[in-house]
Write a protein of this length. Structure first.
Length: 385
């Protein structure tokens, strides 16, 4: 079964993803510089999609799979082809021989785990009681990595966090801050674009597989996936470039085909009457339905919110939320100020034989500087006052 997860573009973002600390002095390990043959097996007990595992394999090409046999395929053929449980934050042909590093660490630092807990709860998708006992995390960062073959003209930066607790709840966090390439030379790419596009998501690796595949361009419509611009977090200030999933349980209908807001208008311009908006929720669980969503007036425009009773997370119904900014009234027309009376150059007068300050010139007509006067009249011919 092939399943596509499509995220509506939330139209009002005040925050952008910020990677958790990584690199020298923070991460304890770095993958060797290289291409497809670079990977590392890490001891990390975790429950993933209903099954318990004790090790994970970190692969250079943006993929982490369960077990101790690294998956090194460089062309992302999609999660429907994988026969091993895997998490692909950006499965593509990474090449670090001339640019970038892949660093990682396993940590039980209480301060860091408290930060993860707060970020997961802030999404509004997960009850605090579920995430308040996180006790370890695996953090893997692909920092400014290039693409095959030894290219460094375009670079990508993204980070995967896998965190779990003593109750065996597991969450994964995808963060993206820089995406400039999609494809290596051996996957049909040219200049880092085109060819076979990246796969982003996760799979249980069964036959048939059940998996989440974030929307990606096709070979006929190549381009950078907008992962730095969208999010699956649904609180009032969503973090663009951040995705958080709970992955310890087997995938459900709501995981595979989540409800989503459609027909969202763009921000900007004048606010339209509420009745002119046609925002709807497309809900797929337990069956496909389309439900109108009425706009709610906010200080800066409109918001759209829907609580989906057919999809719950830890007993809490899924809430979809988006907002747009717009201007309630037209900006007032600016009327240019009336210019002040000119007080510089006096009005023109014929100074030849005329009085220096004749009444018909408003008493402001003066002979040119340097010209004399005779009996109060200009005594030297001139062309004007």
């Amino acid at each position: 079964m092939r399943s596509i997860l499509i995220f509506s573009l939330l139209v009002s973002f005040s925050l952008a993803a910020t990677l958790y600390p990584f690199g020298p002095g923070v991460d304890t390990n770095t993958l060797d510089k290289g291409d497809d043959n670079v990977s590392q097996v890490v001891a990390f007990a975790v429950r993933f999609l209903g099954v318990d595992y004790t090790t994970l394999s970190i692969n250079n090409n943006g993929l982490v799979n369960t077990g101790n046999i690294p998956f090194t395929a460089y062309t992302p053929t999609g999660f429907s082809t994988l026969n091993i449980p895997s998490i692909g934050i950006y499965w593509a042909d990474v090449d670090t021989r001339t640019a970038g590093d892949v660093t990682y660490r396993v940590t039980s630092d209480a301060t860091f785990l408290a930060t993860l807990t707060a970020d997961i709860i802030a999404t509004g998708n997960y009850a605090p009681a579920i995430v308040d006992t996180l006790n370890k995390a695996l953090v893997v960062t692909w920092n400014q990595v290039g693409y095959y073959n030894r290219h460094n003209d375009k670079l990508n930066t993204f980070q995967l966090v896998i965190t779990t607790n003593s109750q065996q709840q597991t969450f994964i966090i995808f963060q993206y801050t820089r995406l400039e390439w999609t494809t290596g030379d051996a996957s049909g790419g040219s200049g880092g674009l085109g060819g076979t596009q990246p796969s982003v998501g996760y799979t249980n690796g069964l036959t048939p597989p059940v998996f989440i595949d974030l929307t990606r361009p096709t070979a006929s419509s190549p381009g950078i996936p907008p992962l730095t611009l969208i999010s699956n977090t649904n609180y009032i200030n969503p973090v663009a470039g951040e995705f958080i999933f709970r992955v310890d349980r087997p995938l459900t209908c709501c995981d595979v085909t989540p409800s989503r807001l459609s027909n969202l208008p763009a921000s900007g311009g004048l606010c339209q009457p509420a009745s002119s908006y046609n925002v709807v929720v497309q809900s797929f669980c337990p069956s496909q339905t389309t439900i109108p969503v009425l706009p709610v007036v906010t200080a800066n425009g409109y918001s759209f919110s829907y609580t989906d009773p057919g999809c719950t997370v830890d007993g809490v119904p899924l809430v979809l939320f988006a907002e747009i900014t717009c201007q309630r009234t037209a900006a007032p027309t600016t009327v240019p100020p009336t210019p002040a009376p000119t007080t510089g150059k006096p009005p023109d007068c014929d100074p030849i034989g005329s009085l220096e300050q004749p009444a018909e010139c408003g008493g402001d007509c003066l002979c040119f500087s340097g010209y004399g006067t005779t009996a109060g009249r200009c005594s030297t011919p001139a062309t004007g006052c």
